[in-house]
Design a protein. Sequence first.
Lengths: 258, 330
Amino acid sequence: MALLEVKDINLSFGGLRVIKNLSFEVDSGRIVSLIGPNGAGKTSVFNCLTGFYRPQEGEIFFDGESMLRRKPHKITQRGMARTFQNLRLFKNMTVLENVMSGMHCRTSAGPIGAVLRLPHERREEAEILRVSEECLDFVGIIDKKDRAAANLPYGDQRRVEWARALATQPKLMLLDEPAAGLNYDEKERLIGLIRRIRDERGVTVLLIEHDMGLVMKVSERITVIDYGEKIAEGTADEVKNDPRVIEAYLGKEEDEAA
Amino acid sequence: MGGNHQDAAVAELSTGGLRNRIYDIVEVRRNRYAIYAALTVGVMLLPAFANNYVMEVFSNAFFYVTLCLGLNIVVGYAGLLDLGYAAFFAVGAYTTGILTSHFHVNFWLTIPFAVGFSIVAGVIIGGPTLRLRSDYLAIVTLGFGEIVRIAARNLKITGGASGLIGIERPVLLGLELSRIQHYYFVFFVLAVVAILISHRLQHSRLGRAWQYVREDEDAAEAMGINRVAVKLYAYIIGAIFGGVAGCFFAAKMTAISPETFQFNQSVLILLGVVLGGMGKIPGVIVGGLVLVLFPEFFRQFEQFRLLVFAVVMLVIMLYRPQGIWPESRQ
């Protein structure tokens, strides 16, 4: 049974059908990509998976459980973490505080524990700190942990967002255009990081990406969507040569001739 | 060359330099504790030099500091615009009032009841409304504040429009708390407790959760934080602060009426929070003190007192919208 099973989901906003009968699976331990031209509905798929949008039809199973009617914070608690296409860091907080937010769903100390500084609360705070620093170290920016998140260069801010998602200790990480805005070196490091996330932490990765080079290098399986529908699926080589994929990205030949 | 260097140094000293020196002093923990100790000593010594009127003013000041700290949790930490905070203060005051004057319950026992009713009030108003975005939440909380006041004005058990009288004085370790000196210390202790609780909450998992939700609700939700539960916690804890302060207010006044809990009271408490610096404990303390002490200083303007107060508030908000208290050094 796959870690993530998406079955026949349909999403519409008013009269506009954004996702049409989409089904795909992600097996545990794999690195899978979801690609398609701009406007194909990829981020909408992520929003459905994470509970921000509710598809009108279909099913989403994560780790054997239905995620369809769950609130986003519960889905993250179950083990699905996401990063955002346009970074959504907590700008006025430090890098470390940003990453600590990931550990909120793994701890439980409340106001009474906080006010009385009960031992349970103190142990949790130490654990939150430990895990957060470890995640920052994993992505390579532990030395910047006390800087305000807003003051970091873009590439580093992206890394904070990945560290933050890792701190939720997910089983599946959804990366929404992780390479956007990165230069060549940073993209190479990203490929290494994605592989390490899978190899060293056992986290399954599903990514949306536009950089075809990166997608082809890192993905074990690719699902292609266009206008909300799946048009192809397979390994990098299979997808690269699929005429429907080429057509979706480059346009029909008749249009070019005319 | 040398001349330029000197000019720059003088400029540094007169603007950033002085501020940096203050930061340098305050950031050392031992210095901070020394400042707190000095302030506490000052507060303890004041009754020896001051008359009852001054005692009354300062009791009131400490009382408002406590209320502002409570509202700060809702507005400053969680970022929820609450325009009806006086409702919680009313719940506490009327609980103590009714239980002591009608049922002769010991004052100290009324406090857990007041806390209970404040929690209920917090859940009733917070539960359905915290999913709303800020503008709507503001109107609903304003409405709730009015509902509580009008209910108090019309119910028999709350004494109707004339309110409650004959609220019994508390007895603490054999001493009946009846003089203004007693309440001066009671409210000072209340304010200190409020400060300590606020500080602990701010630097806790819940305090961070409030900040995450305040900065970006959806990102916080995506990180696994239940934003509705987090907001409800802020609401309830703020309600408890208001309720407990209300109990002691009732004991001090021995008589309460619905007029004390009008909308302008809620606005005043909010003003104290925003003016001093939302979310910053020292700022909120300053805000609460300003609220009570400035009108006293302006007595020299006689009938223009409140007008001058209003103008000063306006000027402060225009030129320093982030509040009087400075931001901590980044």
